[in-house]
Ligand binder design. Sequence first.
Ligand SMILES: Nc1nc2c(c(=O)[nH]1)N[C@H]1C(S)=C(S)[C@@H](COP(=O)(O)OP(=O)(O)OC[C@H]3O[C@@H](n4cnc5c(=O)[nH]c(N)nc54)[C@H](O)[C@@H]3O)O[C@H]1N2
Ligand SMILES: Nc1nc2c(c(=O)[nH]1)N[C@H]1C(S)=C(S)[C@@H](COP(=O)(O)OP(=O)(O)OC[C@H]3O[C@@H](n4cnc5c(=O)[nH]c(N)nc54)[C@H](O)[C@@H]3O)O[C@H]1N2
Ligand code: SF4
Ligand SMILES: [Mo]
Length: 855
Amino acid sequence: MTGRAVRTTCAYCGVGCGVSATVTGERTVTIKGDAGHRANFGRLCSKGTHLGETVGLEGRLLTPEVFGRQAGWDEALDLVATRLRDCIEQHGPDSVAFYVSGQLLTEDYYVANKLMKGFIGSGNIDTNSRLCMASAVAAHNRAFGEDIVPCTYDDLEAADLVLLVGSNTAWCHPVLWQRLERAREQHGTKLVVIDPRRTETAEQADLHVPVAPDGDVALFNSLLAEMQARGLLDADYLAEHVNVPEDFWAGLTGDHGIAPDTFRSLADLVAAHPKMVTMFSMGANQSVSGTDKGNAIINLHLATGRINRLGAGPFSITGQPNAMGGREAGGLANMLACHLGFSKAERADVAAFWQTDRLCTGPGLKAVEMFQAIHEGRIKFVWVMATNPAVSLPDAGFVREALARCETVVVSEASADTDTTRLAHVLLPALAWGEKDGTVTNSERLVSRQRPLFDPPGESLADWQIMSAVARRLGWGDDFAWDSVAGIFREYAAMTALAGRHGKVLDLTDKAQLDDAGFDLMEPFQWGGAFPLANGYATPDRRARLVTVQAPEPAAANPDFPFRLNNGRYRDQWHTMTRTGWSATLSQHRREPLLEVHPADAAARGLTAGGLARIVTAQGSAVYRVALSDGQRRGDLFVPMHWTDVTAGGGRTNRLPGQGVDPVSGQPGYKNTPAQVEPLKPEWRAFLVSREIAAFEGLIWWARSRVAGGWLCELAGDGACDIARMLPDGARIEAADHVRGMRRVAVQDETGALLAALFVTRSGELPPREWVAAQLAQSAASPIELLAGRASTPAPDRGPIVCICHGVGENEIAACGAGTVAEVGEATQAGTNCGSCRPAIARLLAGLELVEAAE
Ligand SMILES: Nc1nc2c(c(=O)[nH]1)N[C@H]1C(S)=C(S)[C@@H](COP(=O)(O)OP(=O)(O)OC[C@H]3O[C@@H](n4cnc5c(=O)[nH]c(N)nc54)[C@H](O)[C@@H]3O)O[C@H]1N2
Ligand SMILES: Nc1nc2c(c(=O)[nH]1)N[C@H]1C(S)=C(S)[C@@H](COP(=O)(O)OP(=O)(O)OC[C@H]3O[C@@H](n4cnc5c(=O)[nH]c(N)nc54)[C@H](O)[C@@H]3O)O[C@H]1N2
Ligand code: SF4
Ligand SMILES: [Mo]
């Protein structure tokens, strides 16, 4: 395949950027943005740019495994089919479940849904989009009658005002952010960020509204009341297109707690700019009031007529590359397929289309309920595909218990070692990005092709192939008989005709006749067009609905857990790090999970910058390094979601949140958990750089990060430090200072190349890590230098790396004398490639510090 140029779609976020890949070797590729793709017009963020570093086979699952030993496909699939059949026969179809993912392609999703709902006959298939988009889906259904996103990226560029609600766009949807940045430069778009934290996104805004956790419903209700008071409702639009519940206007209450000046500035901006887009993501959705937040936002747009025209609308942006495709194809337990529900007429149509008499009769269990049912033994067989629930579900300790009790846990994975594969009975190797073939739908309903770059590695198969092989073993071979992904796509596209029959907008029927070659060449296309709801809403009377929503009761003060724990994402890591964690370049941005806390709270709790702290909630505890940040509200804590038992000891965030969900959508309220925090004073701290992955036990805390040629691990513990015993064989050099409890050990191979280096201290400082780590990939530092932890004639200290593409550090940016981000780019190249670090450069220029681990 070498030399081949392939147009495909990025593996990561819901922006859905087009990628131009050129295959340069068996497992190597150069990555560029696809200039012809309308999601990104050639741009890629840091994660997309460095996709090439994540396609190696290190860490991949390449053969099936059964009860911890390698097995052939036949043995593994026979076992899965037998267990499934036995379970269904003995305990009924609802005793089995699939837990799937927005990282499956639409065709995989289609097959999973058809198998579970259509043939096994249970609704028990849910997707990790439950953790992500379910509240937005429910809000769309309530307001529009269908899960329709009424905006496109063009709206974002045409708007005069953009509100971002609970979205750290600069980090999580960076190419959309860049499109917005450019629109702001070109026509002065105003930007408001509504987020309890002052993120890098918020720092760039015209106005940051530091809303209290879950204060959004009160805020949007108050904004709408304010628009009404100012006479800015669109009475004509309301009369013609919107049903308003009785007492709706009287119900617009709620104490938003925003400073009056800030609220007035926000209301003035909203009043002055009818061309307004409100973009929302996890700060809105991941809440026990998530659906109400979505509807509070949509209410404002409907009541002011700010929808269905260029530059205006409520815009829920998707997280995963195919979160949207899963919503379309039926990945959620409470929808059937193609946006259809479970009414008699809808079920009859679906049953006829699939030619099945086994169609499930109603919705299945949503993710959190599903794992509760596993815990209770009501579900005895679970098949997890393309997600890592032992890390990513809330109250992950409970989830692990559930998996450990379950009779059969099947995991289809691309990675060999994840917290979830460690709990599996059967492991099935799946194709990953760069190998798999099919379609994804992005945030703006744009369907794009993912195309293979490489041959399938090892014995891995596409998820749809694995499921079809099981379906055949269960006797449904004729219904799962596709020999190509194009055939599945055609069947799915044809099925969307049912949506139209029930008044829905979703419609891909014009693609149902594509032949295989046509599917191969299929260009990105957008279903629903620019204004999918302009010709009427998907309700029986074709009118939208305002929904009465009430601000949640403030939680009673709890002296045991006085803080509120928030969490989310880092710019350059993706979820549970099973891919981005392998990239040395991406790992430079933040190497460890940090606890961001306001300096005054830190002082009150005895926390120090660079020290360790333990967060405790009703569910569990986790350990982090402390970073002080006045971007945090008093009383709020922020930690990242990414680290796992594979990559850290102690820093696994989802031990902390509880199982509380939004009552309408079933989405967990991850972002607001009562918590306590306390300092931890380990007796020793250390770091280890090593070629090979090391595993640690009995430490208070550790975290692992990829560097060129190996790994960098931060460690802390009590008692004796016996890490030195784990070092590899080789020429060992050593220095110790027993008074200060310092020990330094380096191991070189016969050529003098570094194999490992360990630095331990009980009271003193540890040297900067980056130079030591860099020696893994460089030739021969002298033993004296290695033990000193620095070169004898040190190169100028670049400081922490800010621009990962060009390797430009903080000190270089400070020294270059430039006053603007553009000038910094000219002087140092920083920020001129993918652009993801531009908000960080702006932050430095504004005299603010980057949040980072200090010692
Ligand atoms: N770098 C990176 N990008 C990603 C991902 C990734 O893992 N890494 N994952 C992708 C996925 S699947 C998703 S879902 C998206 C998520 O994208 P985002 O939603 O932007 O990401 P988060 O960091 O989870 O949360 C966003 C913000 O919500 C704020 N927030 C917390 N509570 C509240 C509240 O009560 N009200 C309001 N208004 N805000 C609140 C948090 O402070 C946080 O800054 O990112 C996608 N893109
Ligand atoms: N505390 C906290 N927790 C959260 C969130 C939060 O904001 N805070 N966000 C939630 C959200 S929005 C999301 S989307 C989830 C994400 O959480 P997860 O879905 O658990 O995270 P990933 O690490 O993306 O897991 C995907 C897995 O699928 C594997 N994989 C990749 N491609 C394929 C494939 O094609 N086939 C198969 N079979 N496997 C594949 C990868 O190796 C990886 O192990 O986390 C949720 N959890
Ligand atoms: S914004 Fe970044 S992560 Fe998201 S699709 Fe584009 S390149 Fe990929
Ligand atoms: Mo997500």
